[in-house]
Design a protein around this ligand. Structure first.
Ligand code: HMG
Ligand code: MG
Length: 298
């Protein structure tokens, strides 16, 4: 007998993960309209942008303006890799922070220019200070299953990294299949272990849909007790330092699947599609998610 949650929280990552790897420059005004429409569709948690080096990720160079001009509805995360990012994000009045690190050293080196251990050493005082100040902190764990450079990652290594973040007191772990290689069995097993070991920490699954196993992995994670998912409107996304990876599993396809299963997300599908309409003309590739294409057939 399937045991599934009645309510699921969607953390929309389209404005951040979705746009960080986009070849075209998306105007700030378009990003702001996209975010506003997502909020109107019912999205209450969102990754808005990243305070990272504009030399590394030029698409996020308008982070300050994005935060300053976004309505403070629900929980809006900004990604911050280091103290400078946190300082800039605080100046822009951000209050929910996402720190990120890869289980794989090689990936972390390519993404943040540090080994995993160096990143953890740097992040610890930053995270502890944010928490003391009353901010919300999520830790995004990249390459939790597979790494584009190192191959399969032992679940014990991922769990060990999660354990460190939990010992620092982070409220949430977002555990990522960065290159979309994990299968439903692997997802069930890792998320079941994480839910058991960290019952007082929010556990979120972040799936990229490279091999089209995103929805199957979500069903597997749901059965392991996960009720929070990072998804991206239009299936946009990908990390510039994870070659071959495509976008995140699409919000509209996840919301639809859950709705069909009588699981509530509080997100209006029609408004969500309208949000995708706002960014679609600026994307370098067509939007090919199931529900988006279906909406154009009517
Ligand atoms: P670095 O070159 O080693 O840093 O980069 P540095 O400290 O030597 O500084 C170099 C320059 O960057 C300096 O400026 C700094 O001031 C500036 P310059 O003197 O040359 O003019 N700088 C910054 N500027 C703005 N904001 C900052 C910042 N820090 C330094 N925070 C660094 C190190 C971490 C900055 C760089 O590697 C970087 O920005 N990396 C970001 C990578 C990234 O954003 N990746 C994508 C997000 S993670 C992801 O997508 C995975 C996820 O979705 C989960 C999954 O799917 O796996 C979350
Ligand atoms: Mg990602």
């Amino acid at each position: 007998m399937l045991s599934l949650p009645k309510i699921v929280t969607i953390i929309e990552v389209g404005p951040r993960d979705g746009l960080q790897n986009e070849k075209n420059e998306v105007p700030t005004e378009v990003k702001l309209q996209f975010i506003e429409k997502l909020q109107l569709a019912g999205v209450e948690e969102m990754e808005l942008t990243s305070f990272v080096s504009p030399k590394w990720i030029p698409q996020m160079k308008d982070a300050e303006e994005i935060v300053a001009r976004t309505k403070k509805i629900g929980r809006q995360f900004v990604l911050t890799p280091n103290a400078k990012g946190v300082e800039l994000a605080k100046k822009a009045t951000a209050s929910s922070f996402a720190v990120f690190v890869g289980v794989s050293d090689t990936f972390n080196q390519k993404n943040i220019n540090k080994t995993t251990e160096e990143s953890m050493h740097e992040l610890r005082p930053i995270v502890e200070k944010l928490l003391t100040e009353g901010h919300f902190v999520r830790a995004c764990i990249s390459t939790s299953f597979y790494c584009p450079y190192e191959g399969a990652i032992a679940p014990a290594k991922t769990i060990e990294l999660c354990r460190k973040f939990v010992s620092w007191g982070v409220q949430e772990l977002s555990v990522a299949d960065t290159i979309g290689m994990a299968n439903p069995l692997e997802c069930f097993m890792l998320f079941e272990s994480l839910k058991k070991e960290f019952p007082n920490t929010l556990i979120t699954a972040h799936f990229h849909d490279t091999r089209k196993m995103g929805l199957a992995n979500i069903l597997a994670a749901l059965q392991a007790g996960v009720d929070r998912f990072d998804t991206s409107a239009g299936g946009l996304g990908g990390c510039p330092f994870a070659p071959g990876a495509t976008g995140n599993v699409a919000t509209e396809d996840v919301v639809n699947m859950l709705k069909q299963m009588s699981i509530d997300t509080n997100i209006n599908l029609e408004s969500l599609i309208q949000a995708v309409d706002i960014v679609a003309p600026y994307m370098s590739r067509p939007i090919d998610t199931g529900m988006y294409k279906l909406s154009k057939c009517k």
